[in-house]
Unconditional design. Structure first.
Length: 231
C-alpha cells in the first residue's frame, strides 16, 4: 500500500486501483493522498488564535518521508492570517516538490473561530485545500474541520508558550484520467507555538497525522510576522 500511496501522491495523474484491495482501501488511499498533498494535511496545523493579534504574514513548511526506498514530499506555503470578527481568516499559496516528480501548485483557505479566550483556548476551524501538478493532469481536493485546543503556559510577561492539539476529520478526493476516488479519514495534529507578547513574531512546530494503514506522519514548522499586538 505504501508504494500505491506514494505513486498517487507523486503523479496525481492516475488513480490508485490495486486489484486485491477493497473499495474501502481505495477510498482510504485517495483520502490520505489528497489531504497530504494539500495544506489541509500537508502542513502542521496552526495553534488556536491569541486574543489581540493583528494580521500576519505566514511562511510554513511540511515534510513527509515515505521511508526506506521511498520519496520525500516537501510542501512550502506562504500566506496571510487576518483578524476577522471573533476569529481569523487564512489564505495560502504554495508549492509541493518530491523526488522524481515535477511538483504541484497548492492553495488553501480556512477560518478559525474562537470558542473560548484566555489561558485555555478552544476554536473550530473549517478548511479547504486544492493541488494540481505543474505537468500533466490530475488534481487533489480536500475539505476538513478541526478543533484546535491549546493552553498558554506563559506568566503574563514573557512570550506566549502554547502546547496544542488539533483533532479533526478530513475529506479528500483524487481526480485523474477519466475518474476520481475519494474518502474521509480522521486526523490529528499538534505542536508547540512561541509568540512574542510585545512583537508580531511567532513560530510553531509539530506534526500532522492522517490516519490510514501504514500512513506516515508529516512534520513541519511555521513562522508568522505581523505588527505589534494591541493590548
Amino acid at each position: 500500500m505504501r508504494v500505491l500511496v506514494a505513486a498517487t501522491l507523486l503523479a496525481l495523474t492516475a488513480l490508485a486501483r490495486p486489484t486485491t484491495a477493497s473499495a474501502q482501501d481505495i477510498d482510504d488511499i485517495a483520502a490520505f493522498a489528497a489531504l497530504t498533498f494539500t495544506p489541509t494535511g500537508g502542513l502542521v496545523p496552526l495553534p488556536p488564535p491569541i486574543t489581540g493579534r493583528g494580521n500576519a504574514f505566514l511562511l510554513r513548511y511540511g515534510m513527509l518521508d515515505f521511508g526506506s526506498g521511498g520519496s520525500t514530499l516537501n510542501n512550502f506555503v506562504a500566506g496571510g492570517d487576518f483578524a476577522a470578527s471573533n476569529g481569523r481568516f487564512g489564505a495560502a499559496l504554495g508549492y509541493s516538490t518530491c523526488d522524481g516528480c515535477e511538483g504541484s501548485i497548492m492553495a488553501s483557505m480556512d477560518y478559525t473561530a474562537s470558542l473560548t479566550q484566555g489561558k485555555a483556548m478552544v476554536a473550530v476551524r473549517p478548511a479547504i485545500g486544492f493541488s494540481k501538478p505543474t505537468e500533466g493532469s490530475g488534481s487533489a481536493l480536500s475539505l476538513g474541520v478541526s478543533l484546535p485546543l491549546g493552553v498558554d503556559l506563559s506568566d503574563g510577561n514573557g512570550p506566549h508558550l502554547i502546547p496544542y492539539l488539533v483533532p479533526g476529520v478530513g475529506y479528500g478526493r483524487i481526480s485523474g484520467g477519466d475518474g476520481s476516488e475519494s474518502g474521509t479519514r480522521p486526523m490529528l495534529g499538534g505542536g508547540f507555538a512561541i509568540t512574542g507578547r510585545q512583537s508580531g513574531l511567532g513560530v510553531h512546530f509539530g506534526f500532522s497525522k492522517t490516519f490510514v494503514e501504514d500512513g506516515e506522519t508529516t512534520f513541519g514548522v511555521g513562522l508568522s510576522i505581523g505588527p505589534r499586538p494591541t493590548p
